[in-house]
Design a protein. Structure first.
Length: 204
């Protein structure tokens, strides 16, 4: 593995797992798709934290949820109201938000709103454009990552607003957040919410 990616025992452990799947170590940060490394870290976070010199106790997720469908960013328009204007969430963004609200409401049915600091992990899987495919399947020139719009932060904004009042009282409670996007089928968002521990003044 090259020195510039030899960063920590956590990465070393993930790399070992990936090499057992046939991924050459010097290819982990380029090709093939690096999402399996991210998935390993997510699925083995207690082991990762054990290896990491900056240890933070990890709580069990308060919410683990998959919502299927193509993610839509929080896109607002303006409309006239009397002598002024107001912002409104555009219909396609509102429909996606309602899907998340319904799924989260079902998962949290009968449970109180979360209090205190929270961690939010979002993984958006987006469908590839048709132009990425040719007669023989995926084109060699097709990019590995969705670097165009929508951006991950705007996708996350719509999820945060959807979970407010259902999972937590205020999205300001989210003190640590990961929002990542990649190509994947079926289109979906994977949501995980955890309560953060009391670090007693330590930096997370």
């Amino acid at each position: 593995m090259t020195d510039d990616v030899h960063l920590s025992p956590v990465w070393d452990e993930a790399s070992k797992q990936m090499t057992t799947l046939g991924y050459p170590p010097d290819e982990l940060v380029r090709k093939p798709d690096p999402w399996p490394v991210i998935d390993w870290l997510a699925d083995n976070m207690p082991r990762a934290l054990e290896l990491c010199p900056y240890k933070v106790p990890l709580a069990a997720p308060e919410l683990e949820l998959v919502v299927y469908g193509e993610a839509v960013a929080a896109v607002y328009g303006k409309r006239r109201i009397g002598h002024g204007t107001e912002l409104y969430l555009k219909p396609h963004a509102r429909e996606w938000r309602r899907n998340i609200e319904a799924a989260a409401g079902h998962a949290r049915r009968g449970k109180p709103l979360l209090n205190g600091p929270l961690e939010l992990d979002l993984r958006f899987y987006l469908p590839r454009p048709k132009a990425h495919y040719g007669a023989r399947g995926l084109r060699p020139s097709a990019p590995n990552w969705p670097t165009g719009r929508p951006d991950a932060l705007k996708l996350a904004r719509n999820v945060e607003d959807a979970l407010t009042g259902i999972v937590w009282r205020d999205d300001a409670q989210v003190c640590r957040q990961t929002a990542a996007k990649a190509y994947g089928e079926p289109a979906r968002v994977v949501i995980a919410v955890r309560c953060l521990p009391d670090l007693k003044g330590e930096t997370a």
